[in-house]
Ligand binder design. Structure first.
Ligand SMILES: [Zn+2]
Length: 292
């Protein structure tokens, strides 16, 4: 794993009271921008042709009476050095499938359960990066994902803004609000953060580390937010780009247009090539590898 350490003066200035900040950078492809084009549903589930929008402003969901209420504030994670990750160990045949659940409050998205159905059918581990506002309007779906031991849940900001240029307090709110709701709903606490559209600056990645999270980018882009990229094109992208340690980015918010359709062939190909599918934390050695 290629590791370049550098000091980020601005972050050091901000975080000086705590510790010196080192930045671990593993290659740096250009970040992509998630498409927000018009929906054409192609998942294996059976949504209506015109998906019903969940109102962007709805009452904050509460736990059902049968569940034990949890605190609204997640425990604080220890501050960490910056970990800026594009992939795992290139010498080990592990690959992580990741799915983003992006949602801006003014632009509600959906949930492609067909993806989960395929992952369950193949008993495939995966990491879902949850938007806070997405969780707010998709409580049942959040609980469904959290109930599956094969799935890891990460933080994908609250409102999916472009983080570069925002003030530290705003970045903190995007991170912490999402941590808190994930904890309140599921009892889980994420240690992974995916940048909205992969966009960052030094302050952003410094603040993510300050709150104890790793920044997780990707090295294989399927292009699934583009409705013109079909399942075969997605699988072509994976076949030509995947290697040991790869992190593959896709979308499960209904804007991964052909994702569920592409997944069976993708999983069969990867396993046929000798790769073991793991969560991002397993890929990075933060959690034990699956026994089988
Ligand atoms: Zn996103």
């Amino acid at each position: 794993m290629k590791v370049i350490e550098r000091v980020v003066p601005l972050i050091v200035f901000i975080l000086a009271a705590c510790q010196t900040t080192n930045v671990t950078v593993i290659e740096s492809p250009s970040p992509s921008v998630t498409s927000t084009s018009t929906k054409v549903w192609t998942s294996t589930s059976t949504p209506s042709p015109e998906p019903t929008f969940t109102p962007s402003i709805t009452p904050t969901p509460s736990l059902t009476p049968t569940e034990t209420p949890r605190p609204s504030i997640a425990p604080t994670l220890p501050h960490a050095d910056v970990q800026f990750i594009y992939h795992g160990d290139r010498n080990k045949p592990y690959v992580a499938l990741t799915f983003d659940l992006c949602q801006k409050p003014e632009l509600p998205s959906w949930f492609d359960k067909g993806i989960v159905d395929v992952l369950n059918e193949y008993e495939a581990p995966a990491t879902f990066f949850m938007g806070g506002d997405w969780m707010r309007t998709h409580v049942d779906e959040t609980l469904l994902l959290a109930s599956n031991p094969n799935f890891e849940l990460g933080n994908h900001s609250w409102s999916h803004p472009d983080l570069p240029g925002l003030r530290a307090e705003v970045i903190t709110s995007e991170i912490v609000q999402t941590q808190n709701l994930l904890y309140k709903l599921t009892g889980r606490q994420s240690t992974l953060f995916r940048l909205p559209a992969g966009k960052y600056d030094d302050l952003t990645i410094g603040m993510i580390a300050w709150h104890g999270l790793y920044t997780i980018q990707w090295d294989v882009e399927t292009g699934d937010p583009d409705p013109t990229i079909d399942a075969e094109r997605m699988n072509w992208a994976v076949r030509t780009r995947v290697q040991n340690g790869s992190i593959i980015v896709m979308h499960a918010n209904g804007r991964g247009w052909h994702t569920a359709e592409a997944l069976p062939q993708m999983i069969e190909y990867l396993r046929g090539q000798g790769y073991t599918l793991v969560t991002v934390s397993q890929l990075l050695g933060l959690e034990p590898l699956p026994q089988h």
